[in-house]
Design a protein around this ligand. Sequence first.
Ligand SMILES: NC(=O)c1ccc[n+]([C@@H]2O[C@H](COP(=O)([O-])OP(=O)(O)OC[C@H]3O[C@@H](n4cnc5c(N)ncnc54)[C@H](O)[C@@H]3O)[C@@H](O)[C@H]2O)c1
Length: 328
Amino acid sequence: MSVSGIVLVTGGAGYIGSHLVTQLLAAGRPVRVLDNLTFGGAGLLVHFSNPSFEFLHGDTGCLDDVDQALEGVTSVVHLAAIVGDPACAQAPELAHEVNVRGAQLICDTAIKAGIRRFVFASTCSNYGRMNDPDKIVNEESPLSPVSLYADQKVGFEKYLFENATGGFEPVVLRFATAYGLSGRPRFDLTVNEFTRELTLKRKLQIYGRQFWRPYAHAADLAAACRLALDADSDKVKARAFNVGDTNENFQKETLVRMIVEELGPEHDLIEYVDKEEDPRDYRVDFTRVRETLGFRPTRTVREGIREIARAIRSRMIIDPDNRLYRNV
Ligand SMILES: NC(=O)c1ccc[n+]([C@@H]2O[C@H](COP(=O)([O-])OP(=O)(O)OC[C@H]3O[C@@H](n4cnc5c(N)ncnc54)[C@H](O)[C@@H]3O)[C@@H](O)[C@H]2O)c1
């Protein structure tokens, strides 16, 4: 697969996008970002001196913006979205506008423009809840989304696969839950949020302590997008890949134990609550991405905990509760 040409990254100013843009530019790839800067654009400021970087302030739901964004582009990584169950539940109309209509507009326009590779950021949340807690799901397992967010991701995966005719090569990446820092930090994701709360010695209530979830560093998820951009068509066209590490599936209670181990016993301010509020519960197998794309995660959750704790303790992040660091 040729690696020349501009890569369009929608949502490139976001948590995962700011890592991806940095990595693509470091690899010598020209990058264009289309983003409406819902959470600002601080993560991209360092790139404005780089002539290979272009930024378009615009909306994935606006045809003019999308047309302009796709001009001269050879591949797309579509990250822009209303991200997460709470954000979609809070603004269902906007979620439909962005996650369904906007996504389809980018896809249709990319096909018309003759773009081949189209990488879509989906989620392991699509698996919903496991009936058998000893089972581990893979890409062939049935999808049973239990939220509007996951429902929309599953819907757009289908849309892409239905359109995978001719030269159009959609690739679906089902990301594990991300952790770690980025140019646009998020503190509303499990590892980051729990680590922030316990680092600051706040009491932490844990719901669904036994629930499993896979985790991956935001930088590693970005690296998987690069692999998906460059892989041979016969390996990736119209296929889904879970992105994460099979060894990094954890129950919430194991996760908080790890955080306390890293921070020290005086940070053990956990209260378990027996209310199954979040119905997602899944353990995921990541063999396919490893064997087909050669994906190797470079960080572990434990390292991510240390990274977050250091950033907060050093006061590098002065206000970790800032509105810009969460999606709701
Ligand atoms: N973070 C995770 O744990 C995780 C897990 C699974 C899947 N994903 C998926 O990865 C992608 C990136 O997630 P993230 O955590 O970086 O989220 P994020 O919210 O930090 O980034 C999304 C970016 O998209 C932009 N955006 C939103 N609506 C837009 C629109 N209409 N037009 C243009 N730009 C728009 C936002 O301004 C933001 O910069 C999303 O598609 C998300 O669903 C993330």
